[in-house]
Design a protein around this ligand. Structure first.
Ligand SMILES: Nc1nc2c(ncn2[C@@H]2O[C@H](COP(=O)(O)OP(=O)(O)OP(=O)(O)O)[C@@H](O)[C@H]2O)c(=O)[nH]1
Ligand SMILES: [Mg+2]
Length: 293
C-alpha cells in the first residue's frame, strides 16, 4: 500500500481547487473566477486499491498586510511542510513563465516538485512547448505536466507522477472519506462561493461567513448563518434593495447544498458588520481563521 500527501500550491486563480475536485470527481473545495477564493487548507482524499493520495488544496500564494492574508500564506507553508511532493499549478493563460519560476524558487522547496501547466485549453501548442522548454531548463529535477483541470485533461498523468512519490504506508482515512472537512464547513464555503458569484469587486473578499447553527434531522438540515462584512458601508450592498441580494445568495447557496448534501436544506442568512475583522486576531478566531495551520 502506498499513501502520502501532495501539497497543491500556486498563485491565486491558477485552478488549484478545480484540480482537486476534478482529481477526486467530488466537490471538496469551492471554485470561482475571482482570485483568493480558498482561504483554508482543504484536504481531498483519493482512494484506489493499494493507493491513498491526500491532496492539500491551499490558498493562492499572495502577500497582503492583513492578518487574514498572513494566515493564508501560513497555511500554504504548513501544507508544504508535511507533504511528500508539491504540485505547483500555473495558469498557462497568464503567460508569466518567468514570474512563476521566481515564485517557485522563493518557496525554497526541499521536497520533489511537479509543475502543473494548467488551463492548456487556453494556450496554443507553441506556447505550451515553449513553457515546457523553459520550465525543464529552470527546474531540471522537476516533472512538467500540461493539463486542463476544467476539461479533465492530463489527470491520469498527474496521478502517476504523484504515485511515484507516495511512500509505502497504511491507509490513513476510511475509504468513504474524501475530505477532512464536514458539511458545516462546506455550508460556509458554499455561501462564500455564491457571494463571490453575485457580489462585485472586493466585497466578497472582505467578507466572512459564520455558521451560527447547523442542525441535522433525518434528511433535513437547518442552517442559520451570518455574513460579516468589513465595513458598515458594505451592508446595504450585501443586503440589496428590499433584501433581494441576500435572498439571491441564500437561495443559490441552499440549492447548491441540497445538491451536494442530498438533503432538504433550510437556510436563514443574516448580515452584520464586523469592521476590520481581517486585521483582528479576535475576529479571525471567531470566524474560524485562526489556529488552522
Ligand atoms: N479554461 C480553464 N479554466 C480553468 C481551468 N482550471 C480552472 N479554471 C478556472 O479558473 C478559475 C479559478 O479556479 P479555482 O479552482 O477557483 O482557482 P484556485 O487556484 O483554487 O484559486 P484561489 O483559491 O483563489 O487561489 C475558475 O473560473 C475555473 O473555472 C482550466 O483548465 N481551463
Ligand atoms: Mg482555490
Amino acid at each position: 500500500m502506498k499513501s502520502g500527501l501532495v501539497a497543491v500550491v500556486g498563485r491565486p486563480n491558477a485552478g488549484k481547487s478545480t484540480f482537486v475536485n476534478a482529481f477526486l470527481s467530488k466537490k471538496v473545495s469551492i471554485v470561482s473566477p475571482k482570485a483568493q477564493t480558498t482561504r483554508d487548507n482543504i484536504l481531498g482524499i483519493y482512494h484506489e486499491k493499494d493507493l491513498e493520495i491526500a491532496l492539500s488544496d491551499t490558498p493562492g500564494i499572495f502577500e497582503g498586510k492583513e492578518g487574514l492574508y498572513k494566515l493564508m500564506l501560513k497555511n500554504v507553508k504548513g501544507a508544504l511542510q508535511g507533504a511528500d511532493c508539491v504540485f505547483y499549478l500555473i495558469d498557462a493563460s497568464k503567460g508569466d513563465n518567468e514570474g512563476e519560476a521566481k515564485t517557485i524558487k522563493d518557496l525554497r522547496l526541499s521536497i520533489p516538485l511537479i509543475i502543473g501547466y494548467n488551463k492548456i485549453d487556453l494556450v496554443t501548442v507553441p506556447e505550451g512547448q515553449a513553457a515546457r522548454e523553459f520550465f525543464t531548463n529552470a527546474f531540471p529535477n522537476a516533472k512538467f505536466i500540461e493539463l486542463s483541470a476544467l476539461r479533465n485533461y492530463g489527470l491520469a498523468e498527474c496521478k502517476e507522477a504523484f504515485k511515484a512519490y507516495m511512500p509505502e504506508g497504511p491507509a490513513f482515512y476510511e475509504e468513504n472519506r474524501y475530505s477532512d472537512h464536514g458539511q458545516e464547513f462546506m455550508a460556509r464555503e458554499v455561501i462564500r462561493e455564491k457571494m463571490l458569484r453575485f457580489l462585485k469587486d472586493e466585497i466578497p473578499h472582505t467578507a466572512a461567513v459564520k455558521i451560527d447553527s447547523f442542525t441535522k434531522k433525518g434528511d433535513s438540515i437547518s442552517i442559520e448563518a451570518t455574513v460579516y462584512v468589513d465595513s458598515k458601508g458594505h451592508l446595504p450592498i450585501v443586503v440589496g434593495k428590499n433584501g433581494e441580494m441576500v435572498k439571491k445568495i441564500s437561495m443559490a447557496a441552499r440549492q447548491q447544498m441540497e445538491k451536494d448534501f442530498h438533503a432538504h436544506v433550510s437556510l436563514y442568512l443574516d448580515c452584520k458588520a464586523a469592521p476590520n475583522w481581517r486585521s483582528s486576531a479576535k475576529w479571525l478566531a471567531y470566524l474560524g481563521y485562526a489556529g488552522n495551520d
